[in-house]
Design a protein around this ligand. Structure first.
Ligand code: 5AD
Ligand code: SF4
Length: 449
């Protein structure tokens, strides 16, 4: 029989993007062929997200779209992976007759087996969570490129009361430092120029006495021209040692994503975030002292149960004090099974929307102000390719994760580091002129996957 062709769509966070690469690695090793063409596929997999209600609604919408594919080809296997698979389990199969395979985040190694079950007319269901599975021994399938996601830990033990992740991804566990470092070395040899270390809460990384700062240092030492980023940090576990490590290595990017969620101590307590606004601001202050020029982004939720207008104003006030470079901003969405689900979702939809709009408007103002203040400065930019709008411009990123657009210059290409003079900015983008090459990427790629 010819190889079965698998097509995968990924929804949600970067962790899911990394998981899709793991799944592709597993399927590839087991004789499946990966396909970019949904019309040609024998298996369609959706790697899903449950973080907010609208993320799940999107998947239901997509499943409805897939019905005609199944009508046309009754042998087609449709599978749900990821957080929704874990949360809804067999309900997905009962509710959506279309679904043949349901596999949660810790059972991907058995996916080939579950797909085979579906090919023989059964249903493939694997939703056990594991305390130990880290997929340390699987090489993710990655196309050549500049930037890669590396998951360094899985699960979360924080149990923020609004969040479904501890239930869908299970207990926290770390990969070995050696295996992460080996992956970084491999990517550096293939010509990659940036890796982002991923975990729900990377600061609680731990492997045989090594903490997250040790892991970052080990990765930074692999290749001085490989930028190392990380996400996400929980304020409770962010150590001074980590800040000093970021300051020490040039290629550890001066950018910290530090979700705050709310500026009200009362709400933070109800969220089980385990820090106060005062503590959070102290971390920001230390980071700014230890890492000059560090930039921050955050996550904010508007309309958590019992949030008053005063609580909301405290969030705006905290934003004024920090002045984030960027933020991901959400309306509270009740998730079944979480502690907050049992609280009264008493902030009206209208109030949630209004508060969110105010938060977004303030963030927009801050991003613009910060970006405009960079006019006249020089930045080292990693060139990522042509700008989305035109091949007369290159797009790249600064160390602090800001997008920079520069006019086309003959002697630079994707993967080079260029020194750029910034001359103007919007809330989302910096514009500048090329000054000189800082480092050229060696070509061509040396190794296959
Ligand atoms: N409602 C709204 N936002 C949420 N987040 C997590 N759970 C919820 C929820 N139930 C947000 C948090 C988190 C980010 C990944 O998603 O801000 O940091
Ligand atoms: Fe969810 Fe909190 Fe864990 Fe982040 S730290 S994944 S918000 S429980």
């Amino acid at each position: 029989m010819s190889k079965s062709k698998v097509y995968i769509e990924t929804y949600g966070c970067q962790m899911n993007v990394a998981d899709t690469e793991l799944v592709m690695g597993i399927l590839n090793n087991n004789g499946f062929q990966l396909s970019q063409d949904i019309h040609d596929a024998d298996v369609i997999l959706l790697n899903t997200c449950s973080i907010r209600e609208n993320a799940e609604q999107r998947i239901y919408g997509r499943l409805d779209n897939l019905k005609p594919f199944k009508t046309k080809n009754p042998d087609l296997v449709v599978g749900i992976l990821g957080c929704m698979a874990e949360r809804l389990r067999t309900n997905l199969i009962e509710e959506k007759k279309l679904v043949d395979v349901v596999v949660g985040p810790d059972e991907y190694k058995r996916l080939p087996e579950f797909i085979d079950m579906a090919f023989s007319g059964g249903k493939g269901i694997g939703v056990k969570l594991s305390r130990t599975e880290t997929y340390d021994d699987i090489i993710p399938y990655r196309e050549d490129g500049l930037q890669a996601w590396i998951s360094v830990m899985r699960g979360c033990d924080k149990f923020c009361t609004f969040c479904v992740v501890p239930f869908t991804r299970g207990r926290e566990r770390s990969r070995s430092l050696e295996s992460v470092k080996a992956e970084v070395e491999h990517l550096s040899e293939r010509g990659f120029r940036e890796v982002t270390l991923l975990g729900q809460n990377v600061n609680s990384y731990s492997d045989n006495g090594a903490d997250f700062a040790d892991l970052l240092a080990a990765c930074a030492e692999v290749d001085p021209w490989l930028r190392v980023r990380f996400t996400t940090s929980h304020p409770q576990d962010l150590s001074d040692k980590l800040l000093y490590t970021i300051a020490k290595y040039n290629n550890l990017c001066n950018y910290i994503h530090l979700p705050v969620q709310s500026g009200s101590d009362r709400i933070l307590k109800l969220m089980n975030r385990t820090y106060t606004v005062e503590h959070y601001l102290k971390i920001i202050e230390s980071a700014r002292k230890i890492i000059p020029g560090v930039s921050f982004s955050t996550d904010i939720i508007s309309g958590f149960p019992s949030e008053t207008w005063e609580d909301h104003l405290m969030t705006l006030d905290l934003m004024e004090q920090v002045k984030y470079d960027g933020a991901y901003m959400f309306k509270y969405s009740p998730r079944e099974g979480t502690k907050a689900y049992r609280m009264d979702d008493d902030v009206s939809e209208e109030a949630k929307t209004k508060r969110l709009q105010e938060i977004i408007a303030l963030q927009q103002r801050h991003s613009t102000e910060i970006n405009e203040s960079l006019a006249g400065t020089e930045e080292v930019v990693l060139i990522e390719g042509f700008s989305r709008k035109s091949d007369k411009f290159f797009a790249g990123r600064t160390d602090s994760n800001k997008v920079v657009i520069i006019p086309f210059v003959d002697n630079i290409s994707e993967g080079d580091y260029a020194l750029v003079k910034i001359n103007r900015a919007t809330s989302a983008t910096l514009f500048g002129d090329f000054l000189s090459i800082v480092h050229k990427r060696e070509q061509p790629f040396q190794l296959a996957n």
